[in-house]
Design a protein around this ligand. Sequence first.
Ligand code: HEM
Length: 135
Amino acid sequence: MSETLEPPVDLRTPYEAMGGEAGLRRLVDAFYDTMDSDPAAARVRAMHPADLTPIRARLADWLSGWTGGPPVFAARHPGRGCIMSAHAPYAIGAEEVDQWLACMRQALDAVEPPPYWRDILDQAFVRMCDALRSD
Ligand code: HEM
């Protein structure tokens, strides 16, 4: 009998594990609710428009494709370019990244994905933030 040394692997996509579109919308709402209310996120909040409604939809739709779900962003937001270009106008350094990640971690705390997925998503958000830095 063979033994496996592999840890248990969850074969779902992150999209499925997060609860699909409804789950991603819960995550995004918790993220922008935190950004909108936590004084510690004031700097990153000030970079965004007063009305966060449109960006809630854009982030949730972008995350859909990024997490292995339907790639709906381009069809739902025609004229929006790639994510790197969308961030190019902004000065994003260590402080902005720390505030953005702190909001996302509070959102992950609120929606409580399985720990397996929480770690994977956290690491992926850290890598995305690094890629989006302008300094
Ligand atoms: C590193 C820290 C980050 C800062 C300071 C930041 C800031 C911003 C700002 C100011 C906007 C434009 C808002 C608007 O005018 O409506 C934006 C758009 C967006 N951000 Fe970020 N962001 C960060 C990281 C991320 C990460 C890690 C992701 C994805 C994992 C992300 C996804 C998006 C998306 C999808 C949009 C909308 C793009 C579009 O409209 O074409 N951002 N971000």
